[in-house]
Write a protein that binds this ligand. Structure first.
Ligand code: SF4
Length: 346
């Protein structure tokens, strides 16, 4: 029997525009309705760290993409509502093929994942038939299905080092992470796809240098799980920022470091959604973005209206072909087996 609700908002108030679904206020009634709907559907709500604060606050779990995918696989619920971008929901589906995975707006893409598709990868592989393909996690399920080993920024170096030095490596899609790995490993037989997250192309050397001059005592936190931070990772290695001040941290690691840091100021090179959590964790520390425009519009497409629509209508469901999912799962599992894939989150 359906439970009654005092909620006066509803689907009729939702508008669909260029930035996604809108028209719903994220007040306490909305939050109560979201929780009621999730319970009645037997769903668990997962939210990426870069989601809007209201979405994070109403979710059952908040974290980075891999941590959330693992939570999805272990969850007792049969339905996962993934508040994040599409490739992340696909990764959850790959690791939980028997669960129903919903994303509140399937149009929430990722410019980095979109920088190479399966057709382009097939063609690249055909030009290098003996190469080992290493893909960063920001890729579509189809691309993961054509990949030998996935990697995160945290274990990309170890993944490449685990490959026979005589085998050629095709590394994709992030050119900054690729350049970082090539420099650290000294590997010459490694080809790098020229992809990037255009949202955060603004985290550049000049900006990092200017920010670190403006805050000479500040530490620099770089989050490895999202492509937005890999340019900072590369630039830190190039000496734009003193190495001892640079900390490459997962979300959970960033929060732990924030609670214990002796620094008065910390520069944060990642999506600005992270600042909200850091400031809550360590109110006495001055957290400043390296690039205050580093806000991902795809992440922000998961609006209160989109989540309400998702739980009311059971949309958008994420489908991954079984065969593709099986091959993709192998590449993800190889990644998990090598080194520290990073993540952690909450
Ligand atoms: S911040 Fe960049 S890499 Fe991360 S999800 Fe958005 S577009 Fe993709």
């Amino acid at each position: 029997m359906a439970t009654t609700t005092l909620w006066t908002g509803g689907l009729s108030q939702i508008h669909d525009g260029p930035g996604g679904y809108s028209g719903i206020e994220a007040g306490p009634e909305w939050a109560a309705e979201i929780k009621r709907l999730a319970r009645s559907r037997g769903a668990t709500i997962l939210a990426h760290n870069y989601q809007l604060p209201a979405i994070q606050d109403v979710a059952d779990h908040v974290g980075d993409s891999l941590a959330l995918s693992r939570i999805a696989a272990d969850a007792s619920e049969d339905e996962i509502v993934f508040c994040g971008v599409h490739f992340m929901a696909e990764t959850a589906k790959i690791l939980s093929p028997d669960k129903r995975v919903l994303i509140p707006d399937a149009r929430a893409g990722c410019s980095l994942a979109d920088s190479i598709d399966a057709e382009q990868l097939r063609e690249w592989k055909s030009e290098h038939p003996d190469a080992v393909v290493v893909s960063y996690v920001n890729t579509t399920a189809e691309v993961k299905g054509l990949t030998d080993i996935c990697c995160t920024s945290s274990n990309a170096v170890e993944v490449v080092e685990s490959i026979d030095p005589d085998r050629e490596v095709l590394f994709l899609p992030d050119q900054f992470l690729g350049a970082h790995v090539k420099r650290v490993t000294g590997r010459t037989n490694m080809l790098i796809w020229a992809g990037e997250c255009h949202v955060h192309a603004g985290i550049n050397g000049d900006e990092l240098t200017a920010r670190s001059r403006a805050y000479p005592e500040a530490e620099l936190y770089v989050h490895p799980e999202c492509g937005c931070a890999t340019s900072a990772l590369y630039l830190a290695g190039e000496g734009f920022v003193p190495a001892e001040k640079v900390k490459i941290l997962s979300t959970g690691g960033m929060l732990d470091a924030a609670r214990t840091t002796g620094a008065k100021q910390v520069l944060v090179a990642t999506e600005i959604g992270m600042l909200h959590q850091l400031r809550k964790a360590a109110p006495g520390v001055d957290f400043q973005p390296v690039n205050e425009r580093a806000s991902c519009p795809y992440m922000k497409m998961i609006t209160p209206a989109a989540l309400l629509r998702c739980l009311t209508e059971g949309k958008d469901e994420v489908h991954v072909d079984r065969g593709v999912a099986e091959r993709a799962r192998q590449s993800v599992e190889r990644m998990i087996a090598i080194g520290t894939p990073g993540g952690g989150g909450e």
